[in-house]
Design a protein around this ligand. Structure first.
Ligand code: ZN
Length: 392
């Protein structure tokens, strides 16, 4: 049995505002119908493709703003950065509830999928799983939501080859892949070994700040991006590329490596900004993330607004970064657009959104004016309905 949804949609890759009745059948969008349908669900707001946050570190949510005006190295460099010192002093329960609140924050921001770099090996993944259980089955029923979907990339901790091999195997069994802090923490052989053993997603931070690029040149005669290419690491995507020369951007294009940029996080850490315009001109697949919860809010709306204000890229292109591009980068099939063949996965902009009322360019208004308060939790209702209709 089909579900019919009558509303205003941002349809297709051009995000054309279309009013009509969308048919959903077998958990797939079938398109708009002209039939005289009576039993539709009506939603008066605007339905947009699902927002996706392609890079977070949700574990540091419990140490928000610990690093104001500290350098990036003072803060996050393993093992002695402030972040690691403070997180090590937190008990498990504090971290579990911190992650849980982080996921509510993602949900409140209309984010349906997020990709987290989960640190600290299997222990880190286990803490995440405990939070997610609490999100699925909350003790207080008032906290019941349709949880955002996590894509978890674990990080190995062992150095002994046999132990590392076993650890990677266990991490992959319990996660979606491996996410490394950066090339500088590893030898060539270690990087090649970890890559070879990773049969799922593989991602790594690269060229985040001048210091990391200089370190790489000094110790490995190449920048981090050059090293990734030379060692044939072939990541599914890299994070940042804040300081990338033209020849490195050409390499990323040639080897088909997408980049998840996090410009607001880069600005928080005061380390410069990525050249998104050149990445875009070079046909690199660009995604968006918000990086550390401790330094930056996980709002993709804020990220899109920031990018528009600084780079003046076409708003539709920016919305693509946060939806269809992020979905492609994370390997999410048929997710990221409201279009025939895609999953009925939506973000709902509430009907009382006076901040976008009178808009003459709805995509621009959504990416520059919407905030947490615009998000409606209608997804629970529509999801239950689609689920029930599919199982009749
Ligand atoms: Zn990061």
């Amino acid at each position: 049995m089909a579900t019919y949804l009558k509303s205003n949609f941002l349809y297709g890759e051009n995000f054309e505002l279309k009013k009509g009745i969308l048919t959903i059948e077998d958990n797939i969008i079938k398109g708009f119908t002209n039939e005289n349908i009576k039993n539709y669900i009506k939603y008066d707001g605007i339905i947009i493709p699902p927002l996706i946050n392609a890079h977070t570190h949700i574990g540091d949510n419990v140490i928000k703003d610990i690093g104001i005006n500290k350098t990036l190295d003072e803060l996050v460099k393993p093992p002695n950065g402030l972040k690691h010192k403070f997180l090590n002093s937190c008990d498990d329960k504090t971290i579990i509830y911190g992650i849980l609140d982080g996921m509510y924050e993602l949900y409140n921001n209309g984010i349906n999928y997020f990709c987290d770099f989960r640190e600290n090996g299997l222990k880190g993944i286990d803490l995440f799983k405990k939070s997610y259980q609490e999100l699925l089955y909350p003790q207080e029923q008032s906290r019941k939501i349709l949880p955002p979907n996590p894509i978890i990339l674990g990080r190995p901790t062992k150095t002994d080859k046999l132990e590392l091999k076993q650890e990677i195997k266990e991490i992959l069994k319990n996660s979606n892949g491996i996410g490394l802090s950066g090339c500088n923490e590893y030898s060539d052989n270690e990087l090649k070994f970890i890559r070879k053993k990773t049969t799922k997603l593989f991602s790594i931070h690269a060229n985040e700040h001048k210091g990391s690029v200089e370190y790489s040149k000094k110790h490995h005669n190449r920048t981090e991006i050059e090293r990734i290419i030379d060692l044939n690491l072939n990541p599914n995507f890299i994070i940042h590329a804040t300081h990338s020369e033209s020849h490195e951007i050409n390499l990323l294009n040639e080897y088909n490596i997408p980049v998840v940029v996090c410009p607001r996080a880069n600005a928080s850490f005061n380390i410069g900004l990525p050249n998104i315009v050149e990445l875009l001109k070079s046909n690199i697949l660009i995604g968006l993330g918000t990086d550390n919860f401790m330094a930056n809010s996980p709002s993709i709306f804020k990220e899109m607004d920031f990018i528009y204000k600084l780079y003046h890229i076409e708003p539709k292109e920016i919305l693509k970064f946060a939806t269809i591009n992020n979905a492609k980068i994370l390997g999410l099939n048929n997710v990221g657009l409201i279009k025939e063949g895609f999953k009925p996965d939506f973000t709902f902009i509430g009907p009382n959104s006076i901040n976008i009322k009178y808009s003459k360019n709805i995509v621009a208004s959504i990416i520059t004016r919407c905030e947490m308060g615009n998000i409606d939790n209608f997804n629970i209702e529509i999801n239950n309905r689609i689920y029930n209709d599919n199982n009749q």
